[in-house]
Design a binder for this molecule. Structure first.
Ligand SMILES: Nc1nc2c(c(=O)[nH]1)N[C@H]1C(S)=C(S)[C@@H](COP(=O)(O)O)O[C@H]1N2
Ligand SMILES: [Mo]
Length: 427
């Protein structure tokens, strides 16, 4: 293949998109017409008829599942209750997926007290505290309210914690490092409707949300933000919530750290001050470099990762053409741009953002690449619509105490080795 006239947009082999189609796949209308007439004829089609084309097909199921040939696309188990005194943690296989929506069965899950088996007929949501009229909502009653639906990401505050705290780089896959983030279409009742119905009293400033899991995960959220954005989610990707995601209802607060999105939601107390619950005074606080504690870090910051190629993959063809593809997201709004480097950060080129580019949702980006065959570092750096940019790992580390790992959003690097093996790296 002649490659002398490729138009590069940055170092390390990043290519112009139009060039990519032509060079990588030899695509042109004339070439397509020529190969169609020379290699395909009616005779060869009949000779090659596979068995599934010569017999009637099998039965389908009442509830569909993925192809048996895709069985290796699975969540990755980190911990499972009850072996670890309650904590259940499964990571999404981000590198095996395309587009921006995570299939419900592959949504990551973090459950601190195991998975409660809730009978929706006996579940209630209680709203009380600084309200004129405390209210109880059965699931049935909530399902009659007008609903909204929004495609939004959800990310655990501890996602990518490994790279935040480990002084030595260790080889892990994209799923292991970034798999505590997913994106779904969440539908439910705006919480403002329910709080207005209850009637807010003077002094109301916080919402304390409690789950119905044994152990009752509890978090406090500022009331003004909740009135603007929170929903009581009942549906996920069109169907009712999965048990792992909080069936029959969860608090959904777009862009905010996963832990605030209380699953199996059963109680909202309107209060003048936060509860300072176990989770907000302990695990989910940030310890700054000078030892001070930063409580209540709500929004997840701008972040991105190249999902292909990524840790654990092997590039089959040195000097081959590849599409670099990944995901970017920001808890503050839309993604404005993603820059990619194929030479360890010496030069950068702007990737294409794929439609739709939604507020506080996964955004797919891509850029074509011709690997030079040499060892190199692939990097992605996202910027959101408010001009927030991902920091370098060192910059991020300098802000926080050495053991602090929540809200890690530094630029991720993947090393491509000469033998094609891709592995985790620090830039
Ligand atoms: N009631 C309850 N809500 C919870 C949790 C929990 O253990 N119990 N885990 C939290 C954490 S730490 C995260 S990251 C998100 C995970 O949501 P998911 O399992 O739907 O991905 O739910 C949050 N809500
Ligand atoms: Mo979390």
């Amino acid at each position: 293949m002649k490659t002398s006239h490729l138009s590069y947009v940055a170092g390390g082999g990043l290519l112009d998109r139009r060039d990519f189609m032509k060079r990588a796949f030899g695509y042109s209308a004339a070439a397509a017409a020529a190969s169609a007439t020379s290699s395909v004829s009616a005779g060869t089609i009949a000779d090659r008829m596979p068995p599934w084309m010569t017999a009637l097909g099998g039965a389908d199921a009442a509830y569909g599942s993925p192809s048996a040939h895709e069985r290796e696309v699975q969540r990755l188990l980190k911990f499972d209750a009850p072996q670890t005194a309650g904590m259940t943690m499964w990571h999404t296989p981000l590198a095996a997926l395309q587009g921006i929506v995570t299939p419900s069965g592959l949504h990551y899950t973090v459950s601190h007290n195991g998975l409660p088996d809730i009978d929706p007929a006996r579940h209630e949501l209680l709203i009380h505290g600084l309200v004129r009229q405390p209210l109880r909502f059965s699931v049935e009653r909530l399902l009659r309210y007008p609903m909204v639906s929004r495609i939004r990401f959800l990310e655990c505050a501890g996602n990518t914690a490994f790279n935040a705290v480990s002084p030595l780089v260790e080889d892990h896959s994209c799923q292991e490092l970034f798999g505590q983030a997913s994106c779904s279409d969440w539908a439910g009742v705006p919480l403002s409707h329910l709080l207005n119905e209850a009637g807010l009293k003077d002094g109301a400033a916080w919402v304390i949300a409690e789950g119905a899991d044994g152990g009752s995960l509890t978090r406090s959220l500022p009331l003004d933000a909740v009135m603007k954005d929170a929903i009581v989610a009942l549906y996920q990707n069109g169907e009712r919530l999965r048990p792992s995601q909080g069936y029959p209802m969860r608090l959904f607060m777009p862009g905010w750290e996963g832990n605030l999105n209380v699953k199996w939601l059963h109680r909202l107390e309107i209060a003048a001050s936060p509860a300072y619950s176990k989770d907000e005074s302990g695990l989910y606080t940030q310890v700054l470099a000078d030892g001070r504690i930063q409580r209540f870090a709500f929004a997840m910051d701008v972040k991105s990762v190249i999902t292909h190629p990524s840790g654990g993959m092997v590039l089959p063809d040195p000097k081959g053409f590849y599409e670099i593809s990944g995901l970017a997201w920001s808890g503050h709004g839309r993604i404005a741009r993603v820059d990619v480097s194929a030479d360890g950060g010496k030069s950068w080129a702007e990737a294409t953002l794929h439609d739709p580019v939604l507020d506080r949702a996964f955004t797919r980006f891509s850029i074509p690449w011709r690997w030079t065959g040499a060892s190199t570092l692939l990097l992605s750096r996202a910027t959101d619509e408010h001009g927030r940019v991902q920091p370098a790992r060192k910059q991020w580390r300098n802000r926080y105490a050495a053991h602090s790992f929540n809200h890690y959003n530094a630029i991720q690097a993947w090393r491509v080795n000469r033998n094609g093996k891709v592995e985790n790296a620090y830039a």
